[in-house]
Design a binder for this molecule. Structure first.
Ligand code: AMP
Ligand code: ZN
Length: 114
């Protein structure tokens, strides 16, 4: 999608600090990190939010989690623990409407989230 920030990061029109990429997904550091490790894992396919997900996207969303596991390992946070989440819609604070899995770790995380 031409006016989508994360599509532009995926096609390298806008720079980001990439930590992983393959043919279906990429992962890059969040511009405004909320923890020592804060990485966004993004499909190359433009899907605005989980509300627009279809059954055909199930393997892709599974893949995002496999990438999260790999990045958590590479960041050295796998053993101590971390959180992955999708914000969906305005009450959850979603600001970029191209799905992205937040991978957050490197410090103790409160529960429930605010
Ligand atoms: P969300 O609120 O779940 O939609 O998350 C959007 C995230 O994207 C926020 O954590 C932002 O800090 C992050 N973000 C916005 N612009 C950029 C960018 N250009 N590069 C990396 N992260 C970004
Ligand atoms: Zn997009």
């Amino acid at each position: 999608m031409s006016d989508c920030l994360f599509c532009k990061i995926a096609d390298k029109t806008i720079p980001a600090k990439l930590v992983y990429e393959d043919d279906r997904a990429l992962a890059f550091r969040d511009l405004n990190p909320q923890a020592p490790t804060h990485v966004l894992i993004v499909p190359r396919k433009h899907i605005p939010s989980l509300n627009e997900l279809t059954d055909a996207d199930a393997a892709l969303v599974g893949h995002l989690h496999v990438v999260a596991r790999q990045v958590a390992h590479d960041e050295g946070i796998a053993a101590d623990g971390y959180r992955v989440l999708f914000n969906t819609g305005k009450l959850a604070g979603q600001t970029v409407f191209h799905i992205h899995l937040h991978l957050i770790g490197g410090r103790a995380l409160g529960w429930p989230p605010g």
